[in-house]
Design a binder for this molecule. Sequence first.
Ligand code: NAG
Ligand code: NAG
Ligand code: NAG
Ligand code: NAG
Ligand code: NAG
Ligand code: NAG
Length: 491
Amino acid sequence: MARGLRLVFATSLLLMLLGFCRGSTIGVCYGRNADDIPTPDKVEQLVQLHNIKYLRIYDSNIQVLKAFANTGVELMVGIPNSDLSAFSQFQSNVDTWLKNSILPYYPATKVTYITVGAELTEAPSNVSASVVPAMQNVFTALRKAGLHRKIKVSSTHSLGVLSRSFPPSAGAFNSSHAFFLKPMLEFLAENKSPFMVDIYPYYAYRDSANKVSLDYALFESTSEVIDPNTGLLYTNMFDAQIDALYFALMALNFRTIKIMVTETGWPSKGSAKETVATPDNAQTYNQNLIRHVIDNTGTPAKPGEELDVYIFSLFNENRKPGLESERNWGLFYPDQTSIYNLDFTGRSTVDSTKANVTSSNGTWCIASSTASDSELKNGLNWACGAGNVDCSAIQPSQPCFEPDNLVSHASYAFNSYYQQNGATDVACRFGGAGVRTNKNPSYDKCLYITAGSNKTAANNATSAPSTSSSVQIGFPLWISSCLLLAFLPFS
Ligand SMILES: *[C@@H]1O[C@H](CO)[C@@H](O)[C@H](O)[C@H]1NC(C)=O
Ligand SMILES: *[C@@H]1O[C@H](CO)[C@@H](O)[C@H](O)[C@H]1NC(C)=O
Ligand SMILES: *[C@@H]1O[C@H](CO)[C@@H](O)[C@H](O)[C@H]1NC(C)=O
Ligand SMILES: *[C@@H]1O[C@H](CO)[C@@H](O)[C@H](O)[C@H]1NC(C)=O
Ligand SMILES: *[C@@H]1O[C@H](CO)[C@@H](O)[C@H](O)[C@H]1NC(C)=O
Ligand SMILES: *[C@@H]1O[C@H](CO)[C@@H](O)[C@H](O)[C@H]1NC(C)=O
């Protein structure tokens, strides 16, 4: 009896943890400001083909909602700024909208978020004044329909909400926006809704290239930026911008609000002056972003914190005004071919669903510079033992023995294990002691194996599974890290 109870308890605890520990997710924004993009039915097929599970749309278009019925794809739908006035004034306006635009398609179409207004700090102040009343009315309408726990209400922001973002620990909201931000933050905290932000290292780099390195913006930096107040080290701008927001929230004592990135990305083409808007940079940014997010590493200020991110955007949008880059944020051409390859699972090096790879020459796995000696030793022993790696090259007088130190030997062994086990993020984890790199670490006569090299015993394993590449693959790993986190306080 007692045993049965314990089992029930353990099971419900596990279920509870599963609820908390869903893992970070990657979605895509589906902007439709274009006259040449495919119909929603075709887009639905494209989204499924590429294993995209989360989609943000900017309105509640009926064709789109219908197209994604019974697909399992989760939709974030938007209420445009132009509707805020009407939505804030009368509850009945919102009730009618919910009844006509969402409820007929729900729950076949899985709507999980409603964004009320977008980037209001860029809008006239009388529009931003309407946003919180409109959010409250949307919440009330959902509650009447019994959906206020299943569909979260929030609003998206640009980084213009901050008056200061560097160093991250000095992050602060611009007090000019306090008149609507303060009540909004109270609403979010009360209803456990995330703070939604659009983050664009591209603009930060473009507008101050002399202060910021491209590598830092692209998650490729080999050096770190230190926050002098906290000592936290930043290797990329994305993390720094997110932490600036966390610190701004903490400064106002909103410690429970989570951040969600509702847009980020990199344009593949720009005007003559926008020299870094290239397909290579766009691919690098987005692929590194996906790996970073799926890994659940969190940010320096919030290590291990889950972060849901939407990449902007599915298609190039040819009707957008502004600079050339504005019309070139897409991942796909109108004929649904990829502008560049991207693996939305972050788990294989190659997107094998379409086209062939032109610009990736491989990745390697090496020891992290921040790992401790004992972590490295454990990883090394494991790789050469249970991991089945051929470690003869790091024995005395063999080509990879020198330099005779733990970092070098662990790097060699980590990489061999990684290459022989599908070259996935998971295969380079080693309890956090492994990091992936796209620079070949080979030197002199010490040759690190690569996915295609002769030495890879398990060539079968390295040809990444193309169809089974759903995000679920990461399941056991993030569960274990979640469990670990959850149980630590008890032990
Ligand atoms: C905001 O002000 C503009 C111009 O002053 C006006 O046209 C618009 O109707 C106002 N909007 C609201 C929601 O009051
Ligand atoms: C704060 O917002 C106001 C109004 O948009 C703007 O004029 C001001 O420049 C902002 N301050 C900073 C430091 O960004
Ligand atoms: C790339 O794909 C195209 C069409 O699928 C094919 O014709 C071409 O040979 C491939 N190129 C390489 C380098 O594999
Ligand atoms: C890939 O390798 C080829 C041949 O070595 C080289 O020309 C090309 O620049 C490399 N591409 C990248 C992205 O490193
Ligand atoms: C693969 O092995 C063959 C014969 O064993 C050798 O000639 C060739 O150079 C090797 N290729 C690479 C990339 O190591
Ligand atoms: C790899 O595949 C070949 C046939 O394609 C098979 O004979 C071999 O046993 C496989 N090796 C492993 C390690 O699965």
